[in-house]
Structure formats: C-alpha cells, structure tokens
Design a protein around this ligand. Sequence first.
Ligand code: UGA
Length: 436
Amino acid sequence: MKLSVIGCGYLGAVHAAAMASIGHEVVGIDVDERKIASLSAGEAPFFEPGLQQILADGLASGRLRFTTDMAHAAGSAVHFVGVGTPQQKDGYAADLTYVNAAVDALVPYLSAGDVVAGKSTVPVGTAATLTGRVEATGATLVWNPEFLREGFAVQDTIDPDRLVAGVPTGADGERAADILRAVYHPSVTKGTPFIVTDLATAELVKVAANAFLATKISFINAMAEIAEVTGADVTTLADAIGHDARIGRRFLGAGIGFGGGCLPKDIRAFSARAEELGRGESVAFLREVDAINLRRRDRAVDLTVQAFGGSVFKKNVTVLGAAFKPHSDDIRDSPALDVAVRLHGLGAWVTITDPEAIDNARRIHPQLNYVDDRDEALRGADAVIVVTEWDEYRRHLTPEHAATLTNGRVIIDGRNCLDATAWRNAGWDYYGMGRP
Ligand code: UGA
C-alpha cells in the first residue's frame, strides 16, 4: 500500500521505516531539511535501537523515501500525521500549531477515499475540529494513537500490544478501519487486539494510558517518601505489591521520577483540557502526580548534599547518565540532566557521562563538564550519582572497580538500580531513593 507519513521525528521516522519494513511503499515528509537529508542518507537523526537497520533496508529496497515536498503525499492511500504537540510556552495546554499546519499543508494533495490517520498525541476533541477540513476533500479522518516507547520504538511499531482506530460513524468510518487493518496486516493476522472506536475515545485512550503510567510511577515515589521517614524499603514494597497481578511490578520503579517528551507534557495537557471541558476536578490528581515527580529530583539533590554533610560546594560529583531513560539519547525534561544542573548550581564540580546523550545534553547545558568514557568520568570523583540506569552503570560497574577510580566512596542511587549490599560491603556509603 502507498503511505505517507507527515512529521519525521521520533514517532514519524520510526513509523515510516517500520511501515516500509512490513512491505509498504512509504514517503516520509518533514519541513526540517536537515532531518530529511539525514534520513535520506540512511542516517537516523537520533539514537533508537534498530532504526538504522530498517532505515537502510527501506531505502535500499526502494520502498522508503523522504522529502520536504508535501506534494509527494499525493497518491498515498493513507496519510499518517505524526508531528509534535509540545507543551505551550506560556501554559500547560498542548501546542497544536504543528498538527494544524500539517493538516492544512496536506489538504490540497488529498483525494476522495484517502484516509488521514492522526497519530500525534492530542487533546480530546482535536480530531473533531479537523474533520471538516479533511472531509471537504472526500478523504476520511481517523485517529490512530501510537503507544511506542523510546528505546523500543521499532519493536513497538512493528509488533504493538494493541492497535486503536478512532473512526467516524458510518460506511466511511468502517472502510477506513478496514484500510488500517490492511496497513497493519502482520499484527492483525497475528491476533493483536485491534480496537475500533470513535474519535474522542481514541484520542483519550492515548492520554489516559500515559496518565496512568505517570500515576503509577508517582504512586511508588509517594511510597518512597513515606519509606524515607519510616525506615521502610520501597523496592521491597514494590516487589511485594507487584506480585498482585492486579497491580503488577512494572512501572513501580521508584527513583528520580519520569521525564521525556511524553509523560510530563501529556499529563499537563490533559489537566488543561479537562479544565477547558469543565472537568478539571476529575484529573486534579495529575497535578499531584506532577508535583510528587518533581520532588524526587529535589530529593536526589538533597541526598547528595547530605552525603557531604551539608554542602557540595567545590566537590567533584560524577553524574552517571543524562538521558531521560536508558536506550535513548533523548534529554527532553530529563530528570537526570536536571539533577546534574542543580548540583552544578549549588557549586559542585559536575562531570557527566552518558553512552548516547552527551551531544544533546551539551547543546542545552554547555556549562557542564562532559566526558565520553565512563571510567574517565569517575576518576577523582568525591561522590557518584546514578541517574539513568544504563547497563553500563547498573550491571557492568562493580563497586570494587569504581573504587579504583574515585577519590571518595559515596554512591547515590537515583534509580534504585544498584545492589546496595554489594556497594556497602565494598566500603561505599550507599544512598538509595526510599530505601535505607
Ligand atoms: C511513554 C509511554 O510509555 C509510551 O507508551 C508512549 O507511547 C510514549 O510515552 C509516548 O507518548 O510517545 P517513553 O516516554 O518512551 O514512553 O518512556 P517510558 O518508558 O514510559 O518512561 C518514561 C519515564 O518514566 C522515564 O523517565 C523513566 O525513567 C521513568 N520511569 C519508568 C520511572 O521513573 N519508573 C518506572 O518504573 C518506569
């Protein structure tokens, strides 16, 4: 099938390459010339495991190409819109500028019978406001939210755990749902749940999923706060409640909290949209979820300060991690980088390392001292703080080896990802998040 993908960021670039990998003929379109040049040359513009390979394969097969010219969308059966919906500069609501611009630019190239499939995360009701513009061409607008996780984006796109299609009522909607089934034929054949619903539900499914995940993380971080004043251990608590299949252990990792380009802005946009709808109180708890999350960064900084008896001024602190999570070079709203910047602000000599995110971090925070090599970064440190749980720090760094490099023996485990006993037994002062 011929497909166009408008917007070639994290979502769109992966979607375009993944769709080509399952046999479709795909054109990826973006206004950013550098991004298009890079993708056209087979270079993924960001780090995402597996993307480079499917990108190269797609280009070599001739089924995948990239352009800045929207006219190339003409003739595709389905047009996916996967542009960004960042937080507004002066408020919590989502900025829909790019979605509106993408649809406006696409409309002149639509033909009767085409399907326009929104993938961007949008406030509920957005699709309804776009429908008129799309339907005037005889095309059908549907909403097909994306649930991919950065770091697993290729796998999540090719083999998702569910597919959701919000379609208008009537024959056009049914036909559009069938077209999406054909697009996602490998998953549909495999029996992956394919949920057909209305536009508003599809939009809401996405924000509800992210709100739930954020709430789960902040719940366990709230328990960490209680554990901190009672001497309890939040990781054991998470294991114990996680055995209850109704609760589940995943996303109960207490630590410095969530970040990235999705969870933080999505819960804020959801609050803002609920207010507009006169239902602000229904999701008022999301403000608390946000507040708990941000307090965990303070906690990590406080622990570091405490470890030095009250001041980090002129102390050498090595920060392990800059990305908002492992397997990613994304530093958007990264708790890891935030902690590093705050320690720097308190007068610490901060050295920061990360396997993938240094270039991105340096662009935004040039004031920090970046070192590529982990061991080089550890050399001479008075304290070490782990803020992104890359395997390099979590699994492959032993306390004995670290001790051969550092000056002090203080380790702050911002992700509760280290074996506290092993570090203590090796002579380190170990500080966890919500664990004694
Ligand atoms: C999130 C959702 O998980 C995806 O389903 C969704 O498609 C995506 O947003 C999106 O809206 O595009 P992502 O931002 O890639 O995906 O990251 P997550 O894996 O959800 O992690 C988010 C943050 O939560 C990270 O900073 C991570 O370190 C943190 N986290 C995660 C915890 O602090 N504790 C946990 O137990 C799990």
